[in-house]
Design a binder for this molecule. Structure first.
Ligand code: FAD
Length: 493
């Protein structure tokens, strides 16, 4: 695990480990060669979905997962025998139809994210304000200093995003003009560009992308907004950042990782854990995928990992230059979660939702992520972008103190004494090196976007970064797995 600090360890429980027992871990005696119609690299939501579709179609599959667990960017962290914190993807909302349909099929229900009362806003000068959570701004702060710019920017970005096709943003008539700007330069030119407003936009992009507005291509940002919808509903920024009616509206019963665990349970022995893929060879006859002493041979391979990690695999023959250079231009965001655990969700009694937007970090966005029955209080804070890049290099105790200081400012003195806290930095994880999604700077979509999903002969690409709708989200991961399976199945002999 990454940088994790558990002050008082009442952490136990082995639910996830028990569920893994049926899956296959490396054995000394194992045959050096295994065969299946399709080899899948990565047992995140994308890889498992693809594998499931392949099995449903009556073909055989082998999934090679580097870690000793499935679920990738979704992760339940047990707190006791029944309660857990979710350290990765956790929320879902309207138009995320594919992850929700999958969960339903697996018997995993939804419950609403706690969202009753006022949201908190902290300005750059330290002023603390409370706003009802149902103003026209939704989750964005209704503070008079920043609200007019928020409205101005969101309206324009929504409008511009309708000109960006989610399956080929690079073909927009505005692609060149928008892919040579960053979100930062556009915001400064099209709003007041005040320090206060720019600080709010940082808080937003740090939580949404794990980066700063200066890191983001404007075209990529518009694509991400267009992708926050489905085939029937145009994407909007509000659906992306809101809780009510937006991507943070609901949570999965048992935690989002149970979706991957349930799929892996169905796939049984075809899920091979502890098998980092190092090399992929292909010829006119098929593919050979190498992990240590294991050779997995198949007709085709689906690589369901983030592009930057896919670029670290050796390929023979070499990938075409444009494909390799794409993987050099899709860095993961920098995002940490800080969970403070309290005996009760005490902020609820103060009439607070637990949702905050703050201009002062390290934590700039919070959510109440307590268990559905409220039997414990879990306050989750995002530490992203510049804040994460700075704080991951400071002593853990200093980060913890600064994070708790944020929470005291947001929710009062009771926040000073959590019974436990967890800091999880996805950038330290070998099989992520960042999250929640790849961050595309200027020029990437324009010149390299066309090869994002393009198979290289027998190699097919999945993973949320390859999705059209809900790119970057669990829904996008599921969609990408379905798409990759649909691409591969008709090609099988
Ligand atoms: C902190 C955080 C918060 C998030 N919040 C939300 C949210 O609220 N809602 C939402 O919808 N989404 C959220 N996301 C994003 C969501 O979790 C991801 O979009 C989704 O889980 C990605 O799935 P994937 O299968 O595409 O990739 P991954 O989950 O990254 O799966 C890839 C798998 O491949 C494995 N792997 C990597 N390299 C190799 C290799 N060489 N060989 C073999 N295996 C390899 C990895 O171990 C991993 O299991 C969040 C993510 C994070 C990290």
């Amino acid at each position: 695990m990454g940088m994790k600090i558990s002050r008082r360890r009442f952490i136990g429980g082995a639910a996830a480990t028990a569920a893994m027992a049926t899956l296959s871990l490396p054995r000394r005696t194992e045959a050096a060669t295994r065969r299946a119609d399709v080899i899948v690299v990565g047992a995140g939501l994308a890889g498992l979905t693809a594998a499931r579709e392949i099995v449903k179609a009556g073909r055989s599959v082998l999934i090679l997962e580097a870690r000793d667990r499935v679920g990738g960017r979704t992760l339940n962290h047990p707190l006791d025998s029944s309660r857990y914190a979710e350290l990765g993807g956790m929320f879902t909302g309207p138009t995320q139809d594919h992850i929700q349909a999958l969960a339903q099929e697996l018997g995993i229900g939804l419950f609403p994210t706690y969202n009753t009362g006022n949201n908190v806003f902290v300005g750059g000068d330290g002023r603390r304000e409370e706003f009802p959570n149902n103003t026209p701004l939704g989750t964005a702060p209704a503070d008079p200093v920043v609200a007019p710019d928020i409205v101005l920017a969101v309206e324009q970005l929504d409008q511009m995003s309708t000109m960006v096709p989610v399956d080929s943003p690079w073909t927009s008539s505005m692609a060149e003009q928008w892919d040579r700007q960053t979100l930062d330069t556009w915001l400064r030119a099209n709003t007041s560009g005040s320090d206060e407003f720019m600080a709010v936009t940082s808080a937003a992009t740090e939580a949404i992308f794990g980066c700063e507005p200066r890191d983001l291509s404007l075209l990529y940002t518009l694509f991400y907004i267009a992708a926050s919808g489905d085939e029937q509903n145009t994407g909007t920024f509000e659906r992306n950042f809101n809780t009510a009616g937006g991507a943070q509206e609901s949570r999965f019963v048992g935690g989002a990782q149970t979706i991957a665990l349930a799929m892996a349970g169905q796939l049984g022995g075809s899920v091979m854990l502890g098998r980092p893929v190092e090399r992929i060879e292909q010829s006119s006859l098929g593919v050979t995928v190498y992990s240590g002493r294991l050779k997995a041979k198949g007709q085709r391979v689906i690589v369901a990992i983030p592009p930057t990690l896919a670029g670290r695999i050796d390929y023979d023959p070499l990938l075409p230059p444009l494909r390799d250079q794409l993987t050099q231009r899709m860095p993961q965001g920098t995002l940490m979660k800080f969970d403070a655990i309290y005996p009760t969700p005490f902020w609820r009694a103060q009439g607070l939702t637990g949702q905050t937007v703050s201009e002062i970090g390290p934590i700039k966005v919070t959510f109440d992520t307590s268990p559905a029955d409220g039997s414990l209080g879990i306050m989750m804070g995002f530490i992203g972008g510049h804040e994460a890049r700075y704080w991951e290099n400071q002593p853990p105790d200093q980060l913890r103190a600064a994070a708790i200081q944020n929470l005291v400012q947001f929710f009062g003195p009771e926040a000073a004494s959590p019974i436990n806290d967890i800091t999880f930095n996805w950038s330290t994880e070998q099989w992520n090196r960042g999250c929640p999604v790849a961050v595309l700077g200027p020029g990437t979509l324009l010149d390299f976007g066309a090869v994002l999903r393009e198979p290289i002969d027998r190699i097919h690409w999945a993973g949320t970064e390859t999705s059209t709708f809900w790119n970057g989200y669990m829904d996008g991961a599921v969609r990408s797995g379905e798409r990759a399976a649909a691409e591969v199945l008709p090609q099988l002999l």
